[in-house]
Design a protein around this ligand. Structure first.
Ligand code: MN
Length: 259
């Protein structure tokens, strides 16, 4: 069992270390992760500059590789031959904050798993629903144990082509987590605000600021599961076709483009 481990928070993030350690119980791991934080970078394919990869060591001494590419680039590098192994599984995380609802379109953690699906391998993205105001070091141990459990299931059962699992773990001790729910994507509520400031030359610049997003904790969704103290496991498919719109849009008067 060959497992590729990556993340979007960078090679030195403790969430990656916890995930790598938990995957060692399941198979042989290769860590190839970004050299800096790519959170909320979306699904990237770097085509207009070269990618660099360097060997490094994780804080516990585990050999690893770091790249100046995005999380999805790291997966592509490994699967396209930078690493001379035939991988069976790609896991990404552990992201310190939840990736639920529309977050999956922004998330580097999730898009790394999407790249695995594009490469024909099962991918798992793992995120921890900790809050920004957690004092001191975050505890990734429960999420790491859940990640191992999900990975074992995926190894046993397999995943259909072009699909991945998006796993979110409540920030609770393992024994207080109520269980695992299979969910759909819920509704994230973004509270983004455009912050305008002026640089020393008097030219305006902008930050996307505002409060952290909330969500609608509807039954059956990832938001609802976390809210109830459950792990959410959301199967994601890369086919984003809105099938239920096809019939209706087919009825529109499209005319003949040549007329
Ligand atoms: Mn991140």
């Amino acid at each position: 069992m060959q497992i590729l481990v990556t993340n979007d928070d960078g090679i030195n993030h403790p969430g990656l270390l916890a995930l790598a350690a938990s995957m060692k119980a399941i198979g042989e791991i290769t860590v190839l992760a970004p050299d800096h934080n790519w959170s909320a970078s979306g699904h990237v394919k770097t085509l207009h500059r070269p990618l660099r990869v360097r060997p490094t060591k994780m804080p516990d001494g585990t050999p690893a590789f770091m790249s100046d590419g995005a999380p999805s680039d790291c997966v592509a590098l490994a699967l396209l031959g930078y690493v001379d192994k035939k991988f069976d599984l790609v896991v990404s995380g552990i992201n310190p904050y939840a990736n639920i609802g529309d977050d999956v379109t922004y998330s580097g953690t999730v898009t790394a798993a999407m790249e695995a699906a594009i490469g024909g391998l099962p991918g798992i993205a793992v995120s921890l629903d900790s809050r920004a105001n957690v004092e001191g070091e975050k505890d990734f141990s429960a999420a790491a144990a859940i990640a191992a459990r999900v990975a074992q299931q995926v190894v046993k059962e397999g995943l259909p082509r072009n699909t991945l699992l998006n796993v979110n773990v409540p920030y609770l001790p393992l024994e207080q987590i109520k269980g695992i729910r299979v969910t759909r994507l819920g509704l994230r509520v973004y509270r983004d605000e455009l912050v305008r400031r002026d640089d020393p030359q008097g030219n305006p610049y902008y930050w996307i600021g505002g409060e952290a997003p909330t969500g609608v904790p509807e039954e059956g969704t990832d938001v609802g599961a976390l809210n109830d103290g459950f792990v959410s496991v959301t199967p994601i498919q890369l086919d984003m076709t809105a099938y239920n719109m096809m019939a209706e849009i087919s009825e529109w008067k499209w005319g003949n483009p040549g007329e």
